[in-house]
Design a protein around this ligand. Structure first.
Ligand code: VGL
Ligand code: ZN
Length: 225
């Protein structure tokens, strides 16, 4: 598999007030020990927390997202009598089914305690419609229902979005691509994300799709303040 760090092509850049850091789904269920754990998801907590504090004190915008599913959400294998990671093709759901995760009101849905929410301007929740998933923080998987994040960032004069968090091949990818499609300059911080590697999709496909949509890639060490 391509090491994500080798993707970085953006080069050195100074963070400005028209930049936003999008911290995707740093919730207990996506971190080792959780219901849908992403391998090494815990390794990016510290670097992300440092970025949040730097963006926030610089006057740039910081948004965290939370995957936020009602019980019985149709992205759950249990809602179909199937096994986690079985394939499914249903409008707004798929390409695979997941273990029950990020259920509203559970510990697994909470942001990890080491994610400094004091250095975040807004928290956007997604995936709360029972029969539509939302990998992207901008648009639900029906590709038309907005979460409101575009309006929030646009109203604050944001031009560039720096995307990090979990998981690279799902919510990070879809958020970066939709952000780019909505005319933000979209950059994924490759040392601050990890892939879930489910069946039916590949990290290589995710990278190719992001490149097709003009998403760029940086290392956290490329950013200065
Ligand atoms: C995610 C699978 C299901 C993610 C959310 O945050 O990448 N992946 N729900
Ligand atoms: Zn989910």
């Amino acid at each position: 598999m391509t090491s994500l760090s080798t993707l970085a092509n953006y080069g050195q850049t100074t963070i400005k007030k028209t930049d936003a850091l999008l911290v995707i789904d740093m919730q207990y269920d996506f971190i080792p020990g959780g219901a849908l754990a992403v391998a090494e998801g815990d390794a990016i907590i510290k670097p992300i927390s440092l970025l949040m504090e730097k963006f926030f004190t610089t006057g740039a915008t910081v948004v965290c997202t939370q995957d936020w599913h009602p019980q019985g959400h149709h992205s759950f294998a249990s809602a179909h009598g199937k096994n986690p990671y079985d394939p499914i093709e249903q409008p707004g759901i798929g390409p695979v089914l997941w273990p029950d995760h990020c259920v509203i009101g559970t510990k697994g849905a909470m942001l990890h305690e080491a994610i400094p929410t004091s250095s975040c301007h807004a928290i956007v929740r997604k995936g709360y419609t029972v029969n539509i998933d939302s990998y992207s923080a901008f648009l639900e998987n029906d590709k038309k229902t907005p979460t409101g994040l575009h309006g929030y960032l646009h109203d604050r004069g944001i031009r560039r979005i720096f995307v990090c968090g979990l998981a690279f091949d799902y919510c990070v990818q879809f958020t970066a691509v939709d952000g780019s499609n909505q005319n933000f300059e979209a950059i994924v911080i490759v040392d601050c994300t990890k892939a879930v590697h489910s069946p039916s999709t590949s990290v290589e496909d995710a990278i190719a799709t992001m490149k097709q949509h003009a998403v760029q890639f940086a290392l956290s060490s490329d950013l200065s303040w």
